[in-house]
Design a protein. Structure first.
Length: 454
């Protein structure tokens, strides 16, 4: 490309084209879903521990744990809350959780600038699309090499969103995005630990700092992506499909390929297996104690993502296929309460996990299958009475090819708020504008009900 990638991204983020109606609807669905899981995440013990550990700086940004703080503290806490249950959306453009990084960034700054619903949505769209275009520029090899794409690509997207909500000029935006490219990093070593959601929040926090740095007139490295010391060389073995930049604002990734909205609060790699297990239990009427063996054939992506065959902590359980299958056999899905510390090693779950055998299936790991159904699952059950049952789930419920309806997403949102103790406080229905709802939450007309962290 003739110009630096940070310059192309800056042009888009500082003066984005009007998004089509389908993109607006997709963004509103993502905003609603992310807001719900963020509020549920505010009730998670790990989020609350982080909030109590941080200094209390006054500010106008609402916290998922309750109360208000400065924008960078809010981005850190709310970003962790958005991802701590691993119930947030997933994009297979880069294999990443874009919304959990971008939305907390936008929310944290919206109160400072008095942003309305349209400004919130537009910044969210700009940051999301830039993150996903960068992901397609790099390809899936970045993730498979060990980089955690949620924070490597997410930092760039969140910085663009922060710059958009703050009204940075093109030059300022290019400086901020160049810095984000130079500062990006994060490995999948965090999987199965509290560091994973913490890094999501920390990425949102850093993005705000980068936008403010550029807004203050400081310069950044415009060639942060290119060259012998740039993002592509150091973090992607020099590979970059530079033609992807021309599709920014032409093909909108929020719609094509779209997002996975999860139905279970665990890694996306387990969702199809959970659906298939629930279907086999319903089909056979088998009781968990009647199961002798569970054979799970999965593609490479599932095998390398679900790395804890014998989990002992909630964080490990979120990346454990045996645990997900045990929960599905017991009650059809993974529930919030399944991820509390005392729930992991119950006798019924440990007995079922011991019966799971996982095999990496070559026919599910081809390039064609990776593109069509990257996290599929083929299951086979053997029962004590000699019966066998098997089935294949190519696309989990919630995937773009098998989407949740607006009513489904609202039900998920309401359940998340109920779990956090906010049931009925935010009413939604099909046709509502989630961006305006969010604007009302981050810019309340009456701030007398502000609560400190408790």
């Amino acid at each position: 490309m003739s110009d630096a990638l940070s310059r192309h991204f800056a042009q888009f983020a500082s003066m984005p084209p009007k998004p089509p109606d389908a993109v607006v609807r997709a963004a509103d669905r993502a905003i609603l879903d992310t807001l719900g899981v963020m509020i549920a995440g505010g009730a998670h013990p790990a989020t609350r521990r982080l909030a109590h550990a941080l200094p209390q700086h006054p500010g106008s940004a609402a916290l998922a744990v309750g109360g208000f703080a400065d924008s960078e503290t809010a981005a850190l806490i709310n970003g962790m809350a958005a991802h701590v249950w691993d119930f947030d959306d997933t994009s297979y453009t880069g294999i990443m959780h874009g919304s959990a990084v971008v939305l907390p960034t936008v929310m944290a700054l919206a109160a400072d600038v008095g942003a309305d619903g349209d400004a919130i949505r537009n910044a969210f769209i700009a940051g999301s699309e830039i993150a996903y275009v960068l992901a397609e520029t790099c390809g899936h090899g970045h993730y498979f090499h060990g980089w955690w794409s949620t924070v490597t690509f997410g930092l760039v997207g969140a910085t663009a969103a922060a710059g958009a909500i703050c009204g940075l000029t093109e030059d300022q935006m290019a400086a901020a995005l160049g810095l984000a490219a130079a500062a990006a990093g994060g490995s999948k070593a965090v999987f199965g630990s509290d560091a994973k959601p913490f890094l999501v929040g920390d990425t949102a926090r850093r993005a705000i700092g980068f936008a403010r740095m550029a807004g203050a007139g400081l310069t950044g490295p415009e060639q942060g992506f290119e060259g012998g010391t740039g993002f592509f060389k150091l973090m992607n073995n020099g590979a970059a499909d530079e033609g992807m930049v021309a599709t920014l604002g032409v093909r909108w990734r929020l719609v094509e390929p779209g997002l996975l909205f999860k139905t279970n609060p665990v890694c996306s790699a387990a969702q199809a297996a959970i659906d298939q297990m629930a279907a086999l239990i319903a089909e056979t009427g088998a009781l968990p104690r009647e199961i002798v063996e569970i054979i799970a054939e999965v593609p490479e992506l599932v095998d390398i993502s679900l790395i804890h065959p014998d989990p002992h902590t909630p964080q490990e359980a979120q990346f454990s296929l045996p645990y997900a299958l045990a929960c599905a056999a017991l009650h059809g899905r993974v529930q919030f309460d399944d991820l509390l510390p005392d729930a992991i090693r119950t006798p019924d779950k440990t007995a079922l996990m011991a019966k799971v055998r996982i095999e990496r299936a070559a026919d599910l790991s081809t390039d064609e299958m990776r593109a069509a159904c990257p996290e599929s699952a083929r299951l086979k059950l053997r029962m004590t009475d000699g019966r066998e049952a098997e089935g294949f789930c190519d696309v989990a419920r919630g995937m773009p090819g098998n989407p949740q309806t607006d009513t489904d997403l609202i039900a998920k949102f309401d359940a998340a708020l109920a779990y956090a103790g906010f049931g009925g406080m935010i009413e939604t229905k099909p046709g509502d504008n989630p961006a305006e709802t969010l604007a009302g939450l981050v810019n309340p007309a009456d701030c007398s009900n502000r609560r400190r962290i408790s």
